[in-house]
Design a protein around this ligand. Structure first.
Ligand code: TYD
Length: 203
């Protein structure tokens, strides 16, 4: 089972992942938690460049770095785990690129799909999308203090990203599960956990 988690900034992905990690480890259900960018040692080096505020990247250079990170991640982590029939949860994947580099940076979706097809990537069985208003998300990020190269973008950038995610989710309800991330974290956790458990039972 291959699950991905998506959402814009400050929606609470990290907190949710920590709760899911504890839950599945308590229940002795084998789950591999991984993330993009930075799911491999090589990806961590790429992640540093991507998040560094002092570095200016052209949107295509940014995309190529994201794709290099993903290629390493697919070949070193995701495919080997899927081969062993392991359950995987990736914090961000393909849809982040369509949302951030596509809708956010303005790279043509067809171009992105062409480039991503070169990766020959496995498709997720389920994508959980945490939805939150841009203002609330950015407020949460502000409270954390330090911001990265993406988080310093303006409201309009993140509005485009959220709009894209919502369009994708509503167009493919069989593949996506939307959670209202303004709810208390234990409710968000219950919804995500139950959705994952029912998907595991289906298999
Ligand atoms: P992440 O550490 O998951 O940040 P956050 O905790 O805010 O979700 O990801 C780092 C940044 O990388 C995030 O701002 C989104 C960006 N990103 C893209 O722009 N495209 C992509 O394909 C991926 C995977 C991430």
């Amino acid at each position: 089972m291959f699950i991905t988690l998506e959402g814009s900034e400050g929606v609470g992905k990290s907190t949710l992942i920590d709760l899911l990690k504890d839950y599945f480890s308590d229940k002795k259900i084998d789950f591999l938690f991984t993330r993009e960018p930075g799911g491999t040692k090589e990806g961590q080096a790429i992640r540093k460049i991507l998040l560094d505020k002092s570095i200016e990247l052209n949107s295509y250079s940014e995309t190529f770095l994201i794709l290099a990170d993903r290629y390493e991640h697919i070949n070193k982590i995701i495919n080997p785990a899927l081969k062993k029939n392991q359950n995987i949860l990736s914090d961000r994947y393909i849809d982040s690129t369509l949302a951030y580099q596509g809708a956010g940076r303005g790279i043509d979706q067809k171009e992105l799909e062409f480039l991503m097809n070169l990766l020959n990537y496995p498709k997720p069985d389920l994508t959980i999308y945490l939805d939150l208003s841009v203002e609330e998300g950015l407020n949460r990020v502000k409270k954390r203090g330090k911001s990265d190269r993406f988080e310093k973008e303006d409201l309009i950038f993140f509005e485009k990203i959220r709009k894209f995610y919502l369009k994708l989710v509503t167009a493919n309800p069989e593949k996506y599960f939307l959670i209202d991330a303004s709810k208390p974290i234990d409710e968000v956790f219950d919804l995500a956990k139950n959705c994952i458990l029912s998907k595991l039972n289906e298999k």
